[in-house]
Each structure stands twice: as C-alpha cells, then as structure tokens.
Design a protein around this ligand. Structure first.
Ligand SMILES: Cc1cc2nc3c(=O)[nH]c(=O)nc-3n(C[C@H](O)[C@H](O)[C@H](O)COP(=O)(O)OP(=O)(O)OC[C@H]3O[C@@H](n4cnc5c(N)ncnc54)[C@H](O)[C@@H]3O)c2cc1C
Length: 528
C-alpha cells in the first residue's frame, strides 16, 4: 500500500531543486517564465556555492582567448573532455560574467576599473574573476538570492528535502519532498512539467571533505533511481589543501594562495612539489593531491606556507581562510597552515546534453550534479561555477522555449517512508579509505560490500537509497575503469589506457556489477 500524500502543489512553470548558483541563475534566466525553487537550506547561503573561494574562470583579460581557456580545460581533463562542450563553455563565459555583473556581482576591479584577474593551477593565463579576495561564492550567492527574491516570477521555498522523483508515463512530472521534523513531518508532491536538478555534488559521502554536509549526491541518486544515465561517476576531485584542523567538513585553503606563490612543505620545511612536477605547486590538482597523500603515507606532515608569498596582507586578502586558521589558533601570516587532501568536487553526474537535458523526459540537470562533458577526468580550477552558469542559462532557454504545461492525471505512487537520515559513518569512512585518492580492485569490491550492507540496514528509506545509489555508481565505475586518469588513480593499474573513453552507466548496471563482484567475494571467502 502506498503512503498518502499530505499535499499536492501544482507549480506554475519550472520546478528547480537546489538554491546554489546553478539553481538561482537558472530561475533568473527563466524569468519571466515562472519557476519555483526548492532547497533544503536558505538560498544565498546554500550548497557549495556559498563556500567557493577562488572565483570563476573566464578569458576576459588582455591577450587571453576563449580558445586558450578551452585548451587548458582539455589538458586538465586528461583526454576525456568533450571538445565541443569545452569550446562552448569557454566561449560563453564572458557573456555569463556580464550577466552576473548586471545582477550585481561585485567583482574585484583594478585601479583602472577593469576586472581584477587571478591565476590558478593549470591555467595558462590570469583569468579568475573574484570578489573581495576569497569571497566569490558567498557574494555571488547573496546577490543572486536577493535578485531572485525580488523577481515576481520566482517562488523560493526553503526547508524542503526532496526524496524521490515522481514519474507519469515514463516521464518526470515532479518530485516528492519532505518538510517539517519528527511528528510534524509532511510529504508534499510538487508537480511540474519541467524539473531542473541543481543539487550540487557528493563530497559529504566522504569522511574527509571540503563540501557542506548537504552535498551528498542525493540528486544524482534520485535521478539514477528513476533510470537516468549517469556519466563519469568515478571521477571525484580531491583538493590538495583542505585545512587539517580536525573539522567536518574541512575548511579550504584556496588554490589562489598557491597562485600567489605559497609553497607546500613538510614538517622540516622541505619543499616537496618542485621534484614532482615542472609546475610544482601549480601542477594539476590530482598531481598535487597525490603528492601530499604520498608524503602523509610516508609519515610526514604537510603544510601550506604562505608566510613569504602573502605574509602580513593575509587577513585582508584572504579573509575566509584567515578566519578558519585563526579559529584553530594558527596565524597564517606567520605560521605554515597544516593541510591534507579532501574530497572536493564531482566531475561525474547526471549525463546532460548541451541544453542541460538529462536522459529522462521532463528532467534537466545543471551545475555540479550534472556531467556535461566539460571536465573530463579532472576539473580545471574555477571552471565549476562557470559550468553552472553556462548550463543554467542554456537549460532555462530550453525549458522556456519547449515546455508546455501538462495537466497531471492521477497521482504517481508516493514513497512509503521519507525520513532524512545522515550518511552513516561506515559509508563515509569506506568511501574515503577505499574509493579515495588511491583505489585498487580489492578495496573497491570491499567498498561495494559496505554500500550493500548500509543499504540493507537502512531498509527502503529513499533518502538513504539516494546516497547509496550515488556511492555505488562512483565505486562500480571506478572498479570497471582499469586505468589511471585524472582524478581516478588505480594503484593496481597505474598507467593510462591507450584509448580515452568516458563512462556512461545506469544504476541497474552498477547493481549488476555490485552483485557479481560481492557474490564472487563471498564464494572465495566461503572456500577459505
Ligand atoms: C570550499 C569550496 C570551494 C570552492 N571554490 C570554487 C571556486 O573558487 N570556483 C569554482 O568554480 N568552484 C568552486 N567550488 C565548487 C563550486 O562551489 C561548486 O561546484 C558549485 O558551487 C556547485 O553549484 P551548484 O549550484 O551546482 O550546487 P550547490 O551550490 O552545492 O547547491 C546545491 C543545492 O541543492 C540543494 N539540495 C541538494 N539535495 C537536495 C535535496 N535532496 N532536497 C532539497 N535540496 C537539495 C542544496 O540545499 C543546495 O541548495 C568550490 C567548492 C567548495 C566546497
């Protein structure tokens, strides 16, 4: 017997799940086409968006070009970027930055009034637009939320936790969301002919992460459970310099610090990156993160030393990082900052096309929850906020041009349970230990067994199934990819394969892999 729905809300126009930069920008671009934005947390401070420090990449400086930006994106992506998408995103970047300026984004300027540009790893030019040093995400999120609140075509609803997509005739027709807590919890069906997922990443499925704890792959899991194709899920980026002060999530020391000349050292002050890569601290993120991982595995402590490169200007130039350091009694102007790699960004996601369409009718995906083909095996720094605004604008254009209201007929089956559990520690621990910076076959099979066990223990709670679906897709695709490339490193297959191929996988395929591999492991264990 299915559970009765407490209320049904018919949305005028599009329903956007997520109030980070991708969701807010999509709603603004849709206007005057109506949009309802649902989010778990308050728009303006919601998701990873509000935490972004570096800024947004765009080839807007003298002597720079979108072709050079696209080429850097392709190089970082280690053979897996979609060239057409990289060109399109780099080309449209300048127009989307203009949009943000028009919405009120207070980008830093030089003395002559032009945009001040920073440099980050693996970019061949200074091309990162930023706000108040390291406050790009907070300021852009604030400005977009204020603008959305003042836009009559946009309805903002906070405090709703989506648990399942609603399907009618094989097409997405809305979603089920929980609101309220304990005995006051209610299940609401939101109906809409166009559902846009802007649900962010999955870093918080890992025990060590820079992501807010709401970034736990639920949008990806919901879409996959409804049958959507997922692309490149094995590619998770680990940021090399999370501040290692025992906090969950770990605060970030932005890459811009290394762009300004900060160096990585061990406890004896030895600079170790110079011997690892010609670009030293500005090598691609996966190279720097693995170098730190090796140092830590060899028993060293690792630090980011900003004392010479930034010194006394630290508090004023990087106020967010300064505040995080001071909260742990560290003065980064005078002392090296303890750092370690942490799960940071998901290159994979719901497979999306140039209009942001997923493989499911009625569902679009934009921002970090989507895999547009831009990032390949490794994201170039500050390309993610850019991808979010480029595809939010494209999806908005597509929705406004093509969607016609369809009256709902009947009521899609509702989930029987709708609690909002946190990801169990055993799952987060397994993801960090076994599906992290270094992976191998035995560890990945063990991780699949842990995920299956968490799933069995959780019963049929949809929110938990969304998280385990996301974890299963990452792990199964990592198991199938017997090579090392970009953010995916297999210690048992350390070389890259001759041919670079993207991964496309459904949840049913990930489940078949899980079943086969965990059964084989149980048989081996039984034989002794
Ligand atoms: C510390 C940090 C620093 C970063 N710095 C940069 C940077 O300098 N430049 C850059 O380009 N990128 C940076 N990134 C990455 C970038 O911030 C993200 O990729 C981007 O903000 C993602 O935006 P989004 O709108 O797709 O998702 P988010 O901003 O993560 O928003 C997701 C939204 O979905 C909602 N949501 C999710 N699941 C549910 C659910 N089940 N029910 C209801 N609501 C739900 C959340 O509440 C939230 O509103 C950084 C990331 C972190 C963590």
């Amino acid at each position: 017997m299915t559970r009765p729905i407490d209320s049904i809300i018919e949305c005028r126009g599009a329903l956007i799940l997520g109030a980070g930069v991708a969701g807010l920008f999509a709603a603004l671009k849709l206007s005057p086409f109506p949009a309802t934005i649902l989010a778990g947390t308050r728009p303006g401070i919601s998701g990873s968006s509000a935490w972004a420090q570096g800024g947004i990449a765009a080839a807007v400086g003298d002597g720079d070009s979108w072709q050079s930006h696209a080429a850097d994106t392709m190089a970082a992506g280690a053979g897996l970027c979609d060239r057409g998408i990289a060109n399109l995103v780099a080309f449209e970047a300048a127009a989307r930055i203009e949009d943000l300026i028009a919405y009120g984004a207070p980008f830093d300027r030089t003395a002559d009034g032009s945009l001040a540009l920073g440099r980050e790893a693996a970019h061949s030019a200074k091309r990162i637009v930023h706000v108040k040093g390291d406050r790009a995400g907070a300021e852009i999120s604030r400005v977009l939320a204020e603008r959305a609140l003042a836009t009559p075509s946009i309805t903002l609803l906070e405090g709703f936790h989506a648990v399942e997509l609603a399907l009618e005739d094989g097409r997405v027709c809305g979603l089920f969301a929980r609101t309220g807590i304990g005995a006051q919890a209610r299940l609401v069906l939101f109906r809409s002919p166009a559902v846009v997922f802007a649900t962010g990443g999955l870093g918080a499925l890992y025990a060590v992460t820079t992501n807010p704890l709401e970034s736990r792959g639920e949008g990806l899991g919901m879409a996959a459970r409804a049958g959507a194709i997922v692309a490149d899920p094995e590619f998770v980026q680990f940021h090399p310099t999370a501040i290692d002060i025992g906090r969950d999530p770990a605060p970030l020391a932005t890459e811009a610090l290394r762009g300004e000349g900060a160096i990585l050292v061990d406890e004896a002050g030895r600079r170790f990156m110079a011997g690892v890569h010609p670009d030293a601290e500005l090598a691609p993120r996966d190279v720097v993160a693995r170098a730190l991982h090796s140092e830590i595995a060899a028993g060293h402590k690792t630090f980011l030393d900003c004392t010479r490169a930034i010194g006394g200007a630290f508090a004023q130039r990087f106020p967010t990082v300064y505040g995080a350091c001071k909260s742990a009694g560290i003065d980064p102007a005078l002392q090296p900052i303890p750092v370690a790699p942490a799960a940071h960004y998901h290159m994979g996601g719901i497979s999306s096309d140039p209009r942001g369409r997923s493989s499911l009718g009625g569902l679009w995906a934009v921002g970090e929850c989507a895999a547009s083909g831009l990032h390949g095996a490794n994201r170039l720094a500050s390309n993610s906020l850019l991808e979010a605004i480029v595809f939010a604008a494209r999806a908005a254009e597509d929705v406004a041009a093509t969607v016609i209201a369809r009256p709902g007929h009947g009521t899609p089956p509702a989930p029987e349970r709708f609690a909002a559990p946190a990801p169990p520690h055993v799952l987060r621990d397994a993801m960090t230990r076994l599906v992290g910076l270094e992976r191998d076959e035995a560890g990945l099979v063990e991780a699949l067994a842990v995920i299956a066990q968490v799933e069995r223990a959780g019963g049929s709670e949809p929110a938990l199934l969304n998280m385990t679906a996301a974890a299963k897709l990452v792990t199964a695709a990592a198991l199938v990819r017997r090579e090392s490339r970009g953010g995916h490193y297999r210690s048992d297959h350390p070389a890259a394969a001759a041919e670079a191929r993207r991964s496309f996988m459904t949840l049913a395929q990930a489940e078949t892999i899980t079943q086969a591999r965990t059964d084989a492991q149980s048989r081996r264990a039984a034989r002794g």
